[in-house]
Design a protein. Sequence first.
Length: 347
Amino acid sequence: MKRKLISVLLCVAMMTFMLAGCGDTGSSDDANNSSSNSANSSQDDSNGGDDSSSKMIKVGIINNDPNESGYRTANDKDLKKTFTKENGYDASFSYSKKNDEQIGFAKKMIQDGVEYLLLSAADTAGWDSTLKEAKDAGVRVILYDRIVDADENLYEAGIVSDMDAEGARAVDWLKNQNLEKYEIIHIQGEMGSAAQRGRTGALQTEVDSNDKWTLVAQQGAEWNAEKAQQVVQSVIDAKKTFNVIYAENDDMAKGAVAALDKANISHGPGKDVIVMGFDCNKYALENVLNKEWNYDGQCNPFQGSYLDDEIKKLEAGETIAEKKIILEEKYFDSDNITQEDIDKYGI
């Protein structure tokens, strides 16, 4: 009887100990699980927030040489100011004045998985297959500065200057000078570029249709001041007469004027030679204001905000209404320019 009692008491004690142990373990596991789930939830939320806030739009930007001209320098600076990490972009930049090199850049950017390809083509021809490759890969292409000769379905939009209109404005202005004869040194930019084609086209049309207009020289100088100076110097050395310099950008106009100055040939309103340039560099507009040059046509380089707006529309699921978005542009001559114009439009 005594042994039975001891056994019962031992069993009760053991059962009590075991029940207490299970209760502690259950309580500890519940607490640990709750803590773990809470931590995981917090970490997921944090990671999710980071991914959302740090998601960058991957953009590949192909441009011409930023040292090519004041216009191109201002254009590149404006794009780099726009396409930053702070503005939500992971942007890569490539530069070349050669179409084949630009096409190589584009193919690599497509392979690297850019979401948008922003293109200022060196030459308007030869882009069809590359743009089709981009479209097939889901890369959206937006042209800027120049429209290429390709199917419009291969790009979202083109944000461009109207180069034909720039040339037409300049030629109309020159016609209104009512010269008895027009003996013109025509200095062309990078051959095949949209700017060269547009600014050349209007002048060539007038020369071809008007007996009073003659091209004393027509030569490319690749937007370069030194090469333009050589073009004009060769005309002077050949003792050819001329009264107009139509230079397709400001740097070439500057080079042309250097040759005139060296030969003591006067230039500007009421003087021996009319000087015309394009791009609205500050020094060019100052020369117009000071009556050293006659005319300067604007080519708007500030395109970053336009591109940013169109990308935001596409990201929001909107459709870009206009395939070609034309930048507003002006021209200035020695009669209408002011210092305020230089401050506002000079690059």
